[in-house]
Write a protein that binds this ligand. Structure first.
Ligand code: ATP
Ligand code: ATP
Ligand code: MG
Ligand code: MG
Ligand code: MG
Ligand code: MG
Length: 269
């Protein structure tokens, strides 16, 4: 309150930097696993895509969206996740450090907390970490381009990794040989190698690997059992009750084209 006495030390607060995110802009926090190349190796991740790891990442991102305020969409692939705060959020007065540290710590603690649910017989060998950054986008177009950039990155890496690991796992090449084989190849060449040498049509690879994961808020019907006590009966009756909740739902769809944004115009309201 106004009458509260301030100590003579309080002036040190003025040394804190102002990191308020520019008003009315989209605030994006991107996290990325620290040294996950090693982490994946130590924890026997399947190559090129470990679906347990991807599902765990998404569970952590859902937890972040449910625990924190004002996140309207998230996008994840590999060891990274991006979270978009609504344009007019006033959470923690839009302080970048608050956004970034709350997202990173909630995500990292969830990763450890939920590990066992996804990696049943693979013990967690050491505490993983995540770096975070905040980027502010001034328009819907720049925000859409940001998300398109991450999904394009997912596609480029996944196409490369799919051929790279097929050459190693199915043709017996060493990593150095596989890398040499792919040097200077274009997307069409990689598709052709997959098709002619491995009978793989890249477009039939799982959507989660090719597109990454989009999380948006959607209404879902939840069926839960409720005990209903009737005055005429001693024991309560168990009844199935359906109620509607809004949850962060994972999609593996294209977000580069216009279709997604036309289908979900409310996200960028
Ligand atoms: P940095 O600390 O700089 O981020 P990094 O080793 O995490 O270093 P990234 O560019 O972030 O480097 O790459 C993440 C790496 O983690 C991938 O190259 C891959 O080896 C591994 N990885 C992450 N997720 C998975 C997954 N679901 N399945 C298999 N491997 C994965
Ligand atoms: P915010 O999210 O704004 O930080 P907060 O509830 O964490 O909210 P703080 O000002 O950080 O508020 O205060 C931390 C509170 O946590 C203390 O007021 C106290 O109630 C509780 N707390 C923290 N550490 C201990 C401890 N070792 N023993 C007992 N209580 C503790
Ligand atoms: Mg990196
Ligand atoms: Mg990383
Ligand atoms: Mg990464
Ligand atoms: Mg506190």
């Amino acid at each position: 309150g106004a009458t509260m006495a301030k100590s003579k030390f309080e002036y040190v607060r003025d040394f804190e930097a102002d990191d308020t995110c520019l008003a009315h802009c989209w605030v994006v926090v991107r996290l990325d696993g620290r040294n996950f190349h090693r982490f994946a190796e130590k924890h026997n991740f399947a190559k090129p895509n470990d679906s347990r790891a991807l599902h765990l990442m998404t569970k952590c991102a859902q937890t972040v969206m449910e625990e924190l305020e004002d996140i309207v969409i998230a996008y994840g692939q590999s060891d990274e996740y991006s979270f978009v705060f609504k344009r007019k959020t006033n959470w923690f007065k839009r302080r970048a450090s608050k956004f970034m540290t709350h997202v990173a710590s909630q995500f990292a603690s969830s990763y450890v907390f939920y590990w066992r649910d996804y990696f049943e017989d693979q013990p967690l060998l050491y505490p993983p970490g995540f770096d975070g950054r905040v980027v502010v986008y001034p328009s819907n177009q720049t925000l859409k381009d940001y998300l398109s950039w991450r999904q394009a990155d997912c596609h480029i890496n996944n196409l490369y990794n799919t051929v790279f690991w097929a050459l190693i796992q199915q043709s017996g090449l060493t990593p150095v040989q596989a890398q040499g084989r792919l040097q200077g190849t274009l997307a069409a060449d990689k598709n052709e190698i997959l098709f002619s040498e491995f009978n793989i049509n890249y477009n039939n690879e799982p959507l989660m690997y090719r597109k990454g994961t989009v999380l948006i808020w959607q209404k879902v019907n939840e069926v839960m059992t409720k005990e209903i006590k009737l005055p005429t009966e001693m024991e309560g009756k168990k009844m199935a009750v359906t109620r509607t909740r809004t949850k962060p739902v994972p999609l593996h769809c294209d977000i580069i084209g216009d279709a997604f944004w036309k289908e979900h115009p409310d996200i960028l309201d």
